[in-house]
Design a protein around this ligand. Structure first.
Ligand SMILES: [Zn+2]
Ligand SMILES: [Zn+2]
Length: 372
């Protein structure tokens, strides 16, 4: 079938993104879903910094590629061996499927599935190859989702069923921003009530980490970002203190912070987060720095200050357990996801949306693939 999609032909070397000819909206061909695959009518697709990183080449992927890895939609067709979803189900996508068979999947940590990570890096589907093509030439999938498109073929293992009452614009945010941010605080740092938490970088993931810290009953919660409106938003979401990165966290918390979450994606902010981490504390990094950056810290302090540095991907989550729990918290009014949503655009405005994200003037935006 045909589907209008955002096709990224090559990296955007000179922003603005809106006027770049490296991408265009075209009608791609979608193959029928394979045995374990599902055709999804995409209703909303979130715009995440990772999409921008693929667009500008900071995080290269096999091009040409259809971007988008955070979505919500309706199941339109299912393969012969799909058992947990049916036509008409509302779903949200997750950007790292899990093979279910490797040692980490067997151990209950699908976020560490190395099989799926390798499949994602190749731009393929779990069952191999691509289901997207243009003029007979295969197009790469982005993290098995590729939701900047009217329709997408995804593996069943990339989808989680959600209740119909949650609006698609909000549901789209559960699979990346919320899973990653809340998961960093709860699953990766194992934050306990009363522990101090600081978050560097207040984008969709960082503000989700603030929400995670509130749910975890952390205290105090410190939000750090150079953009004033984001600091105000963090305070209204439950942060106790908001700082510009130029300020010293230890002026407010002399012993340092017990849980430091780095969500900027720069080695320099990871270093700042590490240095602000209290003795015996943990520094968790979820941002994706450019591949060229190296981290330089005091080797001695790691030992004598008994610190831990931890990488966290997909919030160390088990999405099939965590997403339903977050949806339940949202329905109880305890997870104000709508506060993270800045703007919704038709798909034709994806370039303008990327420019807004690049200028750090928005938190989360969604695009509507069926809107003109
Ligand atoms: Zn993302
Ligand atoms: Zn696996």
């Amino acid at each position: 079938m045909k589907s209008r999609a955002v096709l990224l032909k090559n990296t955007v070397t000179t922003p603005p993104y809106a006027s770049s000819d490296a991408w265009e909206i075209v009608e791609v061909d979608l193959a029928a879903p394979g045995k374990t695959e599902v055709l999804v009518r995409i209703e909303a697709a979130g715009i995440c910094h990772s999409d921008l990183s693929v667009m500008n080449g900071t995080r290269p992927r096999p091009y040409p590629i259809v971007l988008g890895h955070e979505s919500a939609g309706i199941v339109a067709h299912v393969g012969s061996e799909v058992h947990n979803l049916k036509v008409g189900d509302h779903v949200t996508s997750i950007f790292l499927p899990s093979c279910g068979a490797c040692s980490t999947c067997q151990a209950g940590v699908p976020a560490n599935c190395s099989v799926a990570a390798a499949v994602n890096a190749r731009g393929e589907m779990m069952e191999g190859g691509s289901r997207i093509s243009l003029d007979g030439q295969p197009i790469s999938h982005y993290n098995g989702v590729s939701c900047f498109s009217e329709y997408a073929v995804m593996d069943e293992r990339s989808l989680v069923k959600i209740p119909e009452e949650i609006p698609f614009d909000l549901a789209a945010l559960f699979g990346c921003a919320l899973l990653t941010g809340i998961g960093a605080v709860r699953n990766s740092a194992l934050t306990k009530p009363g522990q101090s938490v600081a978050v560097w970088g207040l984008g969709g993931v960082g503000l989700s980490a603030i929400l995670g810290a509130v749910i975890a009953q952390a205290s105090p919660i410190i939000a750090i970002d150079p953009i004033e409106f984001k600091r105000h938003l963090a305070l209204s979401l439950g942060a106790d203190i908001a700082l510009d990165p130029s300020e010293n966290l230890r002026d407010h918390l002399s012993q340092g912070v017990e849980v430091a979450i780095e969500a900027v994606g720069r080695a320099s902010s990871l270093k700042a987060a590490y240095e602000a981490t209290a003795r015996g504390g943990v520094t968790v990094t979820v941002g994706l720095p450019p591949a060229s950056e190296q981290l330089s810290i005091s080797a001695l302090s790691l030992v004598v200050d008994v610190k831990t540095i931890k990488g966290s991907y997909v919030g160390s989550a088990n999405p099939r357990v965590d997403i339903p729990e977050y949806v339940k918290l949202w329905s109880e009014g305890k997870l104000p996801v709508e506060r993270l949503l800045s703007l919704a655009h038709p798909m034709s405005k994806v370039g303008e949306a990327m420019d807004l994200l690049d200028s750090a003037q928005v938190v989360r935006q969604v695009i509507h693939p069926h809107a003109l």
